[in-house]
Write a protein that binds this ligand. Structure first.
Ligand code: ADP
Ligand code: MG
Length: 397
């Protein structure tokens, strides 16, 4: 992959810096967000968070975002989700082999050794999927790209190759220049703006991954001094766990199996995701089985799930995140009580009861005042608007 042209432009004239237009982009495994000057950009039609999904239709058309995501079970090989998991990944790498175990795609070795998707639209590489998502989101948010300088976030674990591929996805969307910032640093920046404390812990539980990091915020640039995670632990697991629970209940109560047909089961998973999000606000949520499976007998009706049940179902998942937190703190040579602030990122940190566990683990209430699904993009927008900081974030450094 020739990435020489995406090397960031270094601006030496302060006047041009002051005038430059900038954005921050969080190209997430599950969702993508674009922000400018500490404000996420809304899409026409509402919402700031767009699913990182691209679908290639039989007609030759492409769908992105929510409409694409809805097709994932109907047309799995041509509905690409979670492409970030293999962006910049070699065919012969653990990223690719793990990905192939979890996803139904037709993945191939590209001519130059990268993992690529085989779709009805031909060979599509993960970088192209990223560019399509970013270009589509920019269009929906009326975000100009020409002469705009972007900062994109990448997980701490990404090596140079994977960072460059992420930057290339942005650069292909025609931004003037691209720099990369590590995700927990973006989160810490969003919360602190300027340094005001020594150690912060970033607990990021997204749709597919859990990432934890200790960030030294005592001076610029903020530095990650310990990090770790579980690449296959997140909200998707919660949705599937609830769906299996509901399917078991329907089978036991009504003798109807929602698990035999992949498309039906996926509709159930999507309904369970909505119910899960509702449980952040209410004690109870309902899943209407006939709308999930029109063929289901009338007796199936509605199945309710309570907040308490969701907490029970996610106990093991939550416990696993703290095993990672132990490891990350040990790596940094610090204790939970040394953390002066705990910053939450990732939509799944809204799971009921999770805040209380985090508080008892760290002996401190986590910060939740910024939207956890937007905080990474917000931090990236700050980094983008401050060339003095952004210059320290060269992906090729
Ligand atoms: P990523 O970093 O993987 O792109 P996000 O930070 O956008 O992911 O988080 C997406 C995940 O957050 C999804 O699994 C979604 O279901 C979950 N989520 C969003 N809102 C809530 C909520 N209120 N309660 C629990 N999970 C939520
Ligand atoms: Mg994320």
């Amino acid at each position: 992959m020739d990435v020489s042209h995406i090397r960031p432009h270094i601006h030496r004239r302060p006047m041009s810096i002051r005038k430059r237009k900038t954005v921050g982009i969080d190209l997430g495994t599950t969702n993508t967000v674009v922000a400018r000057n500490f404000e996420t950009l809304p899409m026409e039609g509402g919402g700031c968070v767009m699913p990182s999904a691209v679908a290639f239709l039989p007609s030759g058309a492409k769908l992105i975002g929510k409409a694409a995501r809805r097709r994932r079970a109907m047309d799995p090989r041509n509905t690409i989700l979670s492409a970030k998991r293999v962006i910049g990944a070699r065919w012969r790498s653990s990223y690719t082999s793990q990905f192939r175990e979890h996803y139904p795609y037709d993945l191939l070795e590209g001519p130059d050794g990268w993992a690529v998707f085989k779709t009805r639209a031909g060979i599509v590489c993960p970088v192209e999927v990223g560019s399509t998502i970013i270009a589509g989101l920019c269009e929906r948010t009326n975000c100009p790209v020409q002469d705009v300088h972007a900062v994109v976030t990448a997980p701490v674990g990404f090596d140079n190759r994977r960072r460059e591929a992420t930057a290339l996805a942005v650069s292909n969307a025609k931004f003037a220049s691209v720099r990369v910032i590590e995700e927990p640093i973006a989160t810490a920046l969003a919360y602190l703006h300027r340094s005001s404390l020594k150690y912060a812990f970033v607990y990021d539980l997204g749709g597919g991954t859990f990432d934890a990091a200790v960030v030294d915020c005592s001076s610029y640039p903020f530095r990650v001094i310990g990090h770790g995670g579980d690449p296959y632990l997140g909200g998707d697991d919660v949705d599937r766990t609830i769906a299996l629970h509901i399917a078991n209940r329907t089978l036991a109560r009504d003798g109807w199996d929602l698990g035999t047909d992949a498309v039906t089961f996926d509709r159930l998973v999507l309904a369970c995701e909505l119910a899960k999000c509702e449980l952040s606000e209410s004690e109870q949520a309902a899943i209407a089985i006939p709308s999930v499976d029109p063929a289901a007998p009338e007796s199936c009706g509605i199945i309710s799930i309570t907040r308490e049940q969701l907490q029970q179902l996610t106990l093991d998942l939550v416990r696993r995140t703290f095993v990672t937190c132990d490891e990350v703190l040990a790596q940094a040579g610090l204790k939970a009580r040394d953390m002066e602030a705990i910053f939450l990122a990732g939509g799944s940190t809204r799971l009921p009861g999770l805040n209380a566990y985090i508080e008892s683990y760290f002996g401190k209430r986590p910060r939740t005042d910024l939207n956890p699904m937007q905080v990474v993009g917000l931090g990236a927008s700050l980094a983008a608007a401050r060339p003095a900081v952004a210059e320290l974030l060269d992906p090729c450094a």
